[in-house]
Design a protein around this ligand. Structure first.
Ligand code: ZN
Length: 503
């Protein structure tokens, strides 16, 4: 997620900057909200007109314990709904232009659907929605959300709600609606001569007169549905499929070699990721790069800029995705701490120690910067990052927690811990993580777990200090037979209180 999603990251910054309290956004009991299980989208694109006709069949389930009589959907603001039906039943709906409560200028059509019979707990229903969409982006709210329907480059990303997001107009609902893992099928009908790229598994496509219908399906549950339509060329190399704009094929080949090497590195540590082929889809400059399941949307600049290669390693690392509950996902540890740690590993393996150390030091500076704005970060544990909206620090302190763990236990043991969390049939938690660590560290990890995964004060001091991960690990080894008393002996000084910096 997103730079799990860049857009997400920028939105979070926007949100923090607006000073919205986190609690306010989640006042609606999630048990009363429907969740999407599956999307079947059929899109007919008319690039010259800047429009598309869409039929979206959305399978929605009631996961709660009480019936749901009304379902809220968000749809791109410049959409016009032709019909909304519930096959086999009847439904009425209202259609209203609304802003997100926290950002009134971020506007959507809100469809409020009332099936004749309430949706019973555990029951699923299908909403069949036909609409036209004139996609013009959201550049007035988010400069990089430039998605539009255009003969030169058409892009549909979930952030625009080009398909109906299941949720209301609160910020947290908008985010949760996009992150919901779903199965999907996509059918994209576009003029012949334009290629269609999507992160999904490609099914057969067929020409129909002057047009071609391109079909895709999800590779397992997917949290994004991206569609790019452009005169792409395809470059296939090192198990990667790169969709590039004309003239960029040479850069794409160089990129594929580097990404292929990073991919081998991740595979050697964590095993193969489900889905096989990995895709990179070029987006124009200024659109923002993002990671999906098994693919990247990547701005052109990275095709030629070696200095930003580590960002691609990071996005690629998101392919090894740990499943967790939605409240723990908001801590960003299980995605961003892990991806950033893997990014540092690939950078060290492929670009050398110096490059990796520079990045790790940059993360310390990033942590200090967040701390200066959010003093409560100092004592917060990773477990609290979600409710406190401190997920940004998972990129920095979260990654460092793994760097220190690696020095303490060895890389192979960290890989086993991560493989344990990655196991497909498991939902990861901090308890599971601590169990995985304890099972492999022969008693030297209690103080480490307390400092890094308990109360955040000691690890905050370490982040603000200058000791390397190896030196920090050495502290724990020196006290490997620790009890509370010897732990205190390692940290004899009261922890300094971090002064709040001026904004
Ligand atoms: Zn990320």
């Amino acid at each position: 997620m997103r730079h799990h999603t860049l857009i997400l990251a920028h939105l979070l910054v926007l949100w923090v900057a607006c000073g919205q309290p986190a609690a306010e956004a989640m006042t609606e009991d999630p048990q009363t909200m429907a969740v999407p299980l599956r999307y079947d989208l059929s899109i007919v694109i008319e690039p010259k007109e800047g429009e598309a006709r869409v039929r979206a069949r959305v399978t929605i389930r009631n996961p709660g314990i009480s019936p749901i009589s009304s379902i809220s959907l968000l749809l791109y603001r410049l959409s016009s709904v032709e019909s909304l039906t519930v096959p086999g039943s009847e439904a009425s709906f209202s259609d209203q232009l609304v802003g997100l409560r926290e950002f009134p200028n971020f506007q959507f059509r809100r469809l409020q659907v009332s099936p004749r019979e309430p949706v019973r707990p555990g029951q699923a229903i299908v909403l069949d929605i036909k609409y036209t969409i004139a996609l013009r982006g959201y550049a007035e709210v988010l400069p990089y959300l430039k998605d539009s329907i255009d003969p030169g480059y058409t892009l549909f990303r979930p952030e625009t709600a080009y398909y109906p997001l299941v949720g209301g107009n609160r910020w947290a609902e908008y985010l949760a609606a996009q992150a919901q893992p779903v199965d999907y099928t996509l059918s994209v009908d576009a003029p012949a001569g334009l290629a269609v790229a999507s992160g999904g598994r490609r099914l057969e496509s067929g020409p129909v007169g002057e047009r071609v219908i391109h079909r895709f399906a999800s590779r397992g549950k997917s949290s994004r549905m991206d569609i790019a339509v452009a005169p792409f060329e395809q470059v296939e190399q090192e198990g990667l499929l790169v969709h590039v704009l004309p003239g960029h094929a040479a850069g794409a080949r160089r990129l594929a070699v580097q990404l292929g090497a990073a991919r081998h590195y991740f595979q050697s540590r964590l095993g193969d990721v489900a889905g096989g082929e990995f895709q990179v889809i070029e987006v124009p400059a200024g659109f923002g790069s993002q990671a999906g399941d098994g693919y990247l949307l990547q701005e052109s600049a990275a095709f030629t800029d070696a200095a930003s290669l580590h960002e691609l390693f990071h996005e690629l690392a998101h392919g090894w995705r740990i499943s967790t509950s939605s409240d723990l996902a908001r801590t960003r540890w299980f995605d961003e701490a892990v991806a950033t740690y893997l990014e540092l590993g690939a950078t060290r393996a492929l670009q050398g120690d110096e490059a990796a150390t520079a990045l790790a030091n940059g993360l310390r500076a990033r942590f200090a910067k967040v701390l200066s704005k959010r003093p409560e970060l100092g004592g917060a544990s990773f477990r609290e990052y979600g409710t406190l909206e401190l997920g940004d620090a998972s990129y920095s302190k979260g990654a460092w927690s793994l760097l220190v763990m690696e020095q303490l236990m060895g890389e192979a043991a960290v890989d086993q811990v991560l493989r344990g969390l990655l196991a497909r049939d498991k939902v990861a938690s901090f308890d599971a993580l601590e169990d995985e660590v304890r099972a492999r560290c022969r008693g030297v990890c209690d103080a480490f777990l307390r400092d890094w995964f308990g109360n955040g004060k000691a690890s905050t001091e370490f982040m603000l200090g200058r000791e390397s991960a190896a030196e920090l690990a050495e502290r724990y080894r020196r006290t490997s037979s620790t009890d509370q008393a010897s732990h205190r002996a390692v940290f004899p000084q009261p922890l300094a209180t971090q002064p709040a910096a001026q904004p």
